[in-house]
Design a protein around this ligand. Sequence first.
Ligand SMILES: N[C@@H](CCC[C@H](N)C(=O)O)C(=O)O
Length: 315
Amino acid sequence: MSNTPSPWGELSGVELTKGQGTGNDFIFVKDPTGTLELDQDLVARACDRHFGFGADGFIRAIKTENLIEGKHLLEEHPDATWFMDYRNADGSLSEMCGNGVRAFIEYLRTENLIDLEEGGRVVIGTRAGIKAVAMVENGYAVDMGPWSFIDGDSARDNGHDAMVNARGLKTTRPAVSISMGNPHTVVALGTEGKLDGLGLETAPKVTPVPPNGTNVEFVVPEEIEETEAETGEVNVGAIRMRVHERGVGETLSCGTGACAAAAATRFWGGEEAPDEWLVHVPGGTLAVTFVLGPDNLEHVVLAGPAVMTGKMTLA
Ligand SMILES: N[C@@H](CCC[C@H](N)C(=O)O)C(=O)O
């Protein structure tokens, strides 16, 4: 037997699970009592696609009562027993991850940590507060809570332009920065060709940039689809999006990014713009709906698939 210590430290011998939502992939680890010490370097190495297991994000399933950020949530929501402790691929913390929430619920369900069937509902804790999740046909629908402009009144009144510098694009375009718990800057592009031609290997520079950095979404509109609903005709907006995530790089999808992109496009569309949106990303399609929440604020509901793909134990 070798006495060489494992390079995986705290994660050595611990079962890790991989899962994804529209191609945004995550490593999951079960740590109900919060005994694992997850430092930034260890998480970044586990998420490395060549030297580790590989993922866009790392999610620890921890009991809400065992995380300082979680404890206060239990006062109002004692049923939020599990907390999604999310980190980006570079090991940095983020407040929220939309695809991550759906994949997290699928992880908890397949590990028999929660009891949930189609039509059922569960609440979890996150750094951006409580999220209620319904199990629906083909996946999960998450009440992501209210969205807001990061620069408040100025964006609401004027929108704003941003200087954008990415490979293949150096220009000023309409852009708004939106919080979904985490920060996003949505940039409107003129044509599909521009979207496909963007080089997102390095982080695009947008100016102004929100105080804590930003995820950057590039969007182009698609034809509005007229669909029949039981109550009559419903307009469904559609956009195509590519994203460069803070702390990760270009990903195949970003759930909070899809919500922000739909909110921005709907804002640009004015009063007639629809409440239902399809957001096409390289990894699939997400549905985003704007509804009146129980607190009388406008909430964003994000729906899409989530799948577990495999397990690994690091040596
Ligand atoms: N992929 C996520 C967002 C993950 C966090 C983001 N990179 C950040 O730093 O805010 C999603 O699906 O929302």
